[in-house]
Ligand binder design. Structure first.
Ligand SMILES: CC(C)(COP(=O)(O)OP(=O)(O)OC[C@H]1O[C@@H](n2cnc3c(N)ncnc32)[C@H](O)[C@@H]1OP(=O)(O)O)[C@@H](O)C(=O)NCCC(=O)NCCS
Length: 154
C-alpha cells in the first residue's frame, strides 16, 4: 500500500472533513485551536488516518489518533506515530503524553510498541462505559536540541 504521511495543513480542510463522520471528530476544526498540529496518512488523496497533538514545545499531548477501519492492522498508526515522534525530535527533546481507555487493547499494544511507558491512571475518566484512563508518556530525545522553532500549520 502506497501511503503519504505528512503534516496536515489548514488548506487540507475538505480532505480532513471527509473522515469526521467515521472518526466522530472534526480534525479540521481542532487544527484551528492554538498549539495543535497533526500528521495525516493519505492514500491517493484520501485521508485514511491521522494523529493530532496539542501542546507547547517540549511537552505534547496526543489528542486523537484514528485509522479508518478498512485500513487497520497494516501499520498505518505505527507509521503515523513514528513520523510524528521523529518530527517532534527534530525540535529538541520533548515529553509526549497520552491517555487511553484501559480496555483499548489495540491502542495500548501500539503505544507500548512505540516505547511509551505507563505513567498513571485516572479512575472513571471516560464517563461513557465508566472506564479508567491509563496515562502513558515517552521522552523523545532531540536530534537538534537548540532549534526551538514552533510547528507550522496548526
Ligand atoms: C488503535 C488504532 C489507531 C490502531 O491503528 P492501526 O493502523 O490498525 O495500527 P497498526 O496496524 O499500526 O498496529 C501497530 C501495532 O499496534 C497493535 N495493534 C493494532 N491493532 C491491534 C488490535 N486490534 N489488537 C491488538 N493489537 C493491535 C499491534 O501491536 C500492532 O503491531 P502488529 O500489527 O505488528 O502486531 C486503530 O485501531 C483505531 O483507529 N482505533 C479507533 C480509535 C482509537 O482507539 N484510537 C486510539 C485512542 S487512544
Amino acid at each position: 500500500m502506497v501511503l503519504l504521511i505528512r503534516q496536515a495543513r489548514l488548506e487540507d480542510g475538505e480532505t480532513l472533513r471527509g473522515m469526521s463522520h467515521i472518526a466522530g471528530f472534526d480534525l479540521a476544526k481542532e487544527l484551528r485551536v492554538g498549539g495543535a498540529w497533526a500528521m495525516v496518512a493519505l492514500r491517493s488523496e484520501e485521508l485514511i488516518g491521522y494523529v493530532l497533538f496539542r501542546g507547547v514545545l517540549g511537552e505534547w499531548d496526543v489528542i486523537n489518533l484514528f485509522v479508518a477501519p478498512d485500513y487497520r492492522r497494516r501499520g498505518v498508526a505505527r507509521d503515523l506515530m513514528a513520523s510524528a515522534l521523529e518530527e517532534i525530535g527534530l525540535q529538541g527533546t520533548a515529553t509526549v503524553h497520552l491517555d487511553v481507555r484501559e480496555g483499548n487493547e489495540a491502542a495500548i499494544a501500539l503505544y507500548h510498541g512505540l516505547g511509551f511507558s505507563d505513567s498513571g491512571r485516572r479512575a472513571g475518566y471516560y464517563r461513557k462505559g465508566d472506564e479508567d484512563a491509563l496515562l502513558m508518556k515517552r521522552v523523545v530525545r532531540g536530534a537538534c536540541p537548540d532549534k526551538g522553532a514552533p510547528f507550522a500549520g496548526g
